[in-house]
Design a protein around this ligand. Structure first.
Ligand code: SF4
Length: 294
């Protein structure tokens, strides 16, 4: 316990000048915020304090976070609130579909808080959201970025049957440090989940992502990438971890943009259809680029 506190209190590394956050300049940013509040919708952009929020909202892009804004897990890197979640909002699928329609989106990413309190981890609610979007905006490609559903295969099968265009689940960190980063997750099980969903529905594409700056080595980064390709993962994102507050895990290293380029090259050699990597890349950053691969 003491060593953890020492680690938390240590002087944080200062941010290099390539980590620059753009400020809001366009009215679209504020309009999107208003739409979200009116529709009672949450975004991971706001809840996770994403550094790209001004850029994405100004482009009319957001990653919707369903099933509330309170997560049942505490992960050392994550800024999302934790605690006892509220009941599911049965109107959320309709509100979500209407917001996507209003924004004219042709590609949307839907993610969630982890809901260990629900027997299916919220899989059925994902299905309701996918169905509502398909009904209201049939031309919109849907990416779901899910929790691990406590590695419940029946829950995963429900999502597979609902046929999102892209199924995404973040591996987040290499094998050695995985449990430090995601206390309740399992590296091998997350790989299995990504593999299994393709077996259940071979028509969907799979995607994963992880963060750098949590104490990993280059060899471990290459290993995660190879492991993901081994199970047929199509798309990959790699971004720099940024410590949201002093209570969260400290940043072990800031990677230079040229180092990210090295990982993109390696990803291409491995055969990923697309690798998005860079200091401010997040799993949903510029996700609409994937439309060209669907
Ligand atoms: S990168 Fe993703 S999470 Fe961050 S603001 Fe953009 S859409 Fe939202």
């Amino acid at each position: 316990m003491e060593s953890k506190l020492i680690q938390i209190r240590q002087e944080p590394l200062s941010k290099p000048d390539w980590i620059r956050v753009k400020l809001p300049t366009q009215t679209q940013y504020f309009e999107l915020k208003n739409l979200l509040r009116k529709s009672n919708l949450h975004t991971v952009c706001e809840e996770a304090a994403c550094p790209n929020i001004y850029e994405c909202f100004s482009r009319n892009v957001a990653t919707f976070m369903i099933m509330g804004d309170i997560c049942t897990r505490y992960c050392h890197y994550c800024h999302v609130k934790t605690g006892k979640p509220t009941a599911l909002d049965s109107a959320e699928p309709e509100h979500l579909a209407s917001a996507i329609f209003s924004l004219g989106l042709q590609y949307v990413v839907i993610t969630c808080v982890t809901r260990d309190d629900l027997p299916d981890g919220g899989a059925c609610h994902f299905v309701s959201c996918i169905d509502a979007i398909r009904a209201k905006v049939p031309s919109c490609a849907i990416e779901v970025l899910t929790s691990d559903f406590s590695y419940n295969d029946a829950a995963l099968a429900c999502v597979a049957a609902a046929a999102p265009d892209v199924f995404s689940h973040n591996i987040e960190a290499p094998r050695r440090i995985y449990r430090q980063v995601r206390k309740k997750g399992k590296y091998e099980e997350s790989l299995r989940l990504l593999h299994l969903i393709k077996e259940l529905n071979p028509s969907l594409k799979t995607k994963s992502g992880f963060m750098l700056g949590l104490g990993e080595t280059d060899d471990e980064i290459f290993e995660v990438m190879a492991d993901l390709r081994m199970i047929g993962c199509d798309f990959l994102t790699i971004g720099q971890y940024l410590q949201p507050t002093l209570k969260h895990a400290a940043v072990s290293k800031f990677y230079h943009p040229t180092e990210f380029e090295k990982f993109v090259s390696f990803g291409k050699e491995l055969g990923f259809l697309h690798v998005e990597a860079g200091p401010l890349v997040r799993s949903s950053y510029r996700a609409d680029k994937l439309n060209s691969h669907l």
